[in-house]
Ligand binder design. Sequence first.
Ligand code: 5GP
Ligand code: MG
Ligand code: MG
Length: 188
Amino acid sequence: MTGLENTIERILWTEQQISERVSEIASQINDDFNGSSSSMVVVGVATGAFLFLADLVRKFTWPVSVDFIRVGSYGSGTESSGAPRISSDIKIDIKGKHVLVVEDIVDTGNTLTCLISHLASKGASSVSVCSFLDKPARRKVHFELVGEGKFYRGFECPDYFVVGYGMDYAELYRNLPYVGVLKPELYK
Ligand code: 5GP
Ligand code: MG
Ligand code: MG
């Protein structure tokens, strides 16, 4: 098996840059939701958001609930394989609560559009989205937030297929602490 140090062609964001940016977003969210009367449920989109979510919630200054949702659409390759569908739902009741969806990356916008309408139908009083990366060049659908929901993003991502910090190629490379582009010979 190839060691991690030999897999990346180019690093886009280092561990240090990620950590600084996560702190900035967390303090923005802390400011926005500070003093809010209803509680917040953080809904992580499995699996890609697991590291970002873990880093983010540890910077929040009030107690939140955490749950995960799983959405299928991407196959094992680098292109979306069709319409997203929820393959594993949240367990926490979100009626009347502020929901913060935590994603790894927004690409076409199909996944978020599907998720937001699903969470709205469960009675969330607001749905916000915090995505580590945003690839606006690839957007196909514009998603609408719910209630006073806000959109937060870590970095704008150029149109590359990226891995690391939770994001995979064929279920590998999620454990890289930085984000980069794989060497071309590693794509099968
Ligand atoms: P969307 O529905 O917005 O097209 O795609 C969203 C999902 O596709 C993301 O949550 C992520 O799981 C996956 N995805 C999109 N772009 C990339 C990428 O560059 N790298 C990886 N690893 N996954 C991506
Ligand atoms: Mg995702
Ligand atoms: Mg994936």
